[in-house]
Design a protein around this ligand. Structure first.
Ligand code: HEM
Length: 498
C-alpha cells in the first residue's frame, strides 16, 4: 500500500463521509399511508403475500414439485408465471445489481418507523459503483490486488485451482466486496466478478492506449471510463427495456416532475419500498447456470433457491456464498449474444416464483411468521406500513395518470384493498394490465425513470452531468456498430467473461 502516496484521498472521501450522505425521503410527502397500521391490516398483508397465497406461482400449480429443467422447457407450465418475450433472464440480475449500487437500508425492523429521513441509506445514492469500488484503494485496500495489480486492480480468486473466477473470500467464505448483498445468488456474484474484471481490463486499456503511468492517474481514469460505460447501459438499455423509450425520452427532454431535492439526491421510499421492487416478479424459478459445470461436462440447471440444501458445500440451487467448481455463469443464457442460447425472464405481474416465498436462511436468518417472515412478498408488503407508503391509486392521481379500476384489482377485494392498494402490488398489476407485463406501466415507469435519471443528474461525476454529449468508445460485438450501441454484452466481452 505504501508508495502510492495520498492521491487516493482525493478520489475517495473518508468512509464516514460516505456513510453520512444520503437519507431515504419521500416523493409524495403529502399523501397519507395506504391504510392505518392495525392488526387487521397486518393480517391482510401477511395473507396476500403468503406461500400458497394469491401471489405464489407454486400455489397456482405451475411450479410445485417440478424439476429445474422442466420449469424451463415445458412452456405449458409457464402459463401462470409467464415468460417475458422482450427481456432476457439476465436483466433481473442487472436490475438487482443496480439496486445494490444505490440503496442499502440496514435497519432490519419490519416494525413501524414512519420517518424515512431518519433512516440512513448506507449507499451513496448514485450509480457510482461503490458496491464494487468500496471506499477505493485507500479506504478498502483488501479489495485490491497489492501484489500484481499495483493496488489499483481488483483482487480476484478462483472457484477451483485454475478454474473460473470467483469473488475473493475470507476463510469463512464471506465475500470481500463493496456490498456483501452482491453474493446473494450465483448469478449476481458472477456479475460482480464481471465488473471487477471489467475494471481490470479498462486499467490495462488506459495503460496501453492513454500512456498514463502513475497508478493514481490510471485508477482515476479507468474508474471514470468504467462508470460512464455502465451509466450509458443504464440510460440506453436498462431503462428503455424496463420503462419504455417514451418515458425515458420525456424525462431526459422535458425534465423531472415529481422527483426533486434541495441539496443532494436521496432515495424516495415510494421507489425503494414499492416501484423498484418490481424486479422480484421477474425472477425465474430455475436457471441454466452454465453449459458444462455438472459432472461429465453437462449443463448445471438449478432452482434459484431451495429452502434446505442438499450439500453443505455445493448445494443444488443458486444460493450465493459457496465456492465450488460448477458455481459459475455462462452469460449467453442470460444476455443475447445472438447465438440462440438466450432465455427470457418472467413478466412483471402479481405472480412471483415459488422460491421467493421461502427464502433460505442465508437471506433471512431466524425467520418468524409474524415479525420476520421468509416470504419476500410478505416482507415487501409489511414495509409499506413501516415506511407509511401511499396507495397506488393516490399516487396515480397525484401524478395525473390514469388509475387502475377496482375491477383491475378484483383479486384484492376479499381484503378490501382493491381501491387503496399497496403501491408495490399496484405497480405490478399496472405493468400486467397496461403493458402485458413486458415492462412497467405508467406510474411505475415514471417513478423509476425519474429516480434513475435524477440520480445521474445529481451526481457531479456522472457522464450526464459532466458531458451529456459523451458516447462510449470501447469496442462493441458488432464491429460495424458505433459507440452508442454499447450494451451489457459488450461490457461482459470486454471484461473477458463471455
Ligand atoms: C433473486 C433475486 C432477489 C432476491 C432473493 C431479493 C431479495 C430481497 C430481500 C430479502 C430484500 C429485503 C426485503 C425487506 O426486508 O424489506 C430485498 C429488497 C429489495 N429488493 Fe430484492 N431481491 C431480488 C431481486 C431484486 C431485483 C431484480 C430488484 C429490482 C430490479 C430488487 C429490488 C429490491 C429493492 C429496491 C429492495 C429494497 C432495498 C433497500 O431499501 O435497501 N430485488 N430484496
Amino acid at each position: 500500500m505504501s508508495g502510492h502516496g495520498s492521491y487516493r484521498q482525493d478520489i475517495f472521501p473518508p468512509i464516514s463521509k460516505y456513510h453520512d450522505s444520503g437519507r431515504f425521503g419521500r416523493m409524495f410527502g403529502k399523501l397519507p399511508t395506504f391504510a392505518t397500521d392495525t392488526p387487521k391490516i397486518r393480517k391482510a398483508l401477511l395473507d396476500i403475500g403468503k406461500a400458497g397465497g394469491i401471489m405464489d406461482a407454486g400455489a397456482l400449480l405451475s411450479e410445485i414439485d417440478k424439476d429445474p429443467v422442466t420449469l424451463i422447457t415445458d412452456l405449458n407450465l409457464s402459463q401462470f408465471n409467464q415468460n417475458n418475450p422482450t427481456q432476457t433472464a439476465g436483466m433481473t440480475f442487472l436490475g438487482q445489481f443496480l439496486d445494490h449500487d444505490m440503496t442499502l437500508d440496514i435497519t432490519s425492523s419490519l416494525e413501524r418507523q414512519a420517518d424515512p429521513e431518519m433512516i440512513a441509506n448506507f449507499r451513496t445514492p448514485s450509480f457510482g459503483l461503490d458496491s464494487v469500488y468500496g471506499s477505493g484503494p485507500d479506504g478498502s485496500p483488501f479489495l485490491y490486488d497489492q501484489i500484481t495489480g499495483q493496488g489499483i486492480k481488483f483482487l480476484i480468486e478462483e472457484l477451483a485451482p485454475g478454474g473460473r473466477p470467483d469473488l475473493p473470500r475470507n476463510s469463512q467464505l464471506l465475500p470481500l466486496t463493496g456490498d456483501p448483498r452482491n453474493d446473494e445468488n450465483v448469478i449476481l456474484s458472477q456479475l460482480q466478478v464481471a465488473f471487477l474484471k471489467f475494471h481490470n481490463a479498462v486499467v490495462d486499456y488506459v495503460k496501453a492506449e492513454l500512456g498514463l503511468t502513475a497508478p493514481g492517474d490510471i485508477f482515476k481514469e479507468a474508474q471514470r471510463i468504467v462508470r460512464w460505460h455502465y451509466q450509458w447501459i443504464i440510460v440506453h438499455e436498462f431503462l428503455p427495456k424496463t420503462c419504455g423509450q417514451t418515458v425515458v425520452d420525456d424525462v431526459l427532454g422535458n425534465g423531472r416532475k415529481f422527483y426533486k431535492w434541495k441539496n443532494e439526491p436521496f432515495i424516495p421510499v415510494e421507489f425503494s419500498v414499492a416501484a423498484y421492487r418490481f424486479g422480484h416478479s421477474q425472477v425465474r424459478p430455475s436457471y441454466r447456470a452454465n453449459f458444462t459445470g455438472n459432472p461429465g461436462g453437462t449443463p448445471f440447471f438449478a432452482m434459484i433457491f431451495k429452502e434446505t440444501h442438499s450439500d453443505p458445500t455445493d448445494p443444488d440451487d443458486l444460493t450465493g456464498g459457496f465456492r465450488a467448481e460448477r458455481r459459475f455463469i455462462d452469460w449467453p443464457t442470460f444476455f443475447d449474444f445472438a447465438d440462440g442460447n438466450v432465455r427470457p425472464n418472467k413478466k412483471i405481474d402479481t405472480v412471483l416464483s415459488q422460491a421467493l416465498f421461502k427464502l433460505p436462511s442465508q437471506i433471512v436468518p431466524n425467520p418468524d411468521a409474524q415479525s420476520n417472515p421468509n416470504s419476500l412478498a410478505q416482507r415487501n408488503l409489511l414495509r409499506h406500513l413501516t415506511f407509511s407508503i401511499p396507495s397506488g391509486q393516490r399516487v396515480a392521481k397525484a401524478m395525473n395518470l390514469p388509475a387502475l379500476s377496482q375491477g383491475d384489482l378484483a383479486m384484492l377485494k376479499p381484503w378490501g384493498l382493491d381501491d387503496h392498494t399497496p403501491l408495490w402490488f399496484y405497480v405490478l398489476r399496472e405493468a400486467a394490465v397496461q403493458e402485458s407485463g413486458e415492462r412497467l406501466g405508467a406510474v411505475g415507469a415514471r417513478i423509476v425513470t425519474e429516480v434513475f435519471i435524477g440520480l445521474l443528474q445529481g451526481d457531479r461525476g456522472s457522464y450526464l452531468s459532466q458531458d451529456p454529449e459523451w458516447e462510449p468508445f470501447l469496442p462493441t460485438i458488432n464491429a460495424a456498430s458505433t459507440g452508442e450501441d454499447f450494451k451489457i454484452v459488450d461490457l461482459l466481452r470486454f471484461a473477458g467473461v463471455a
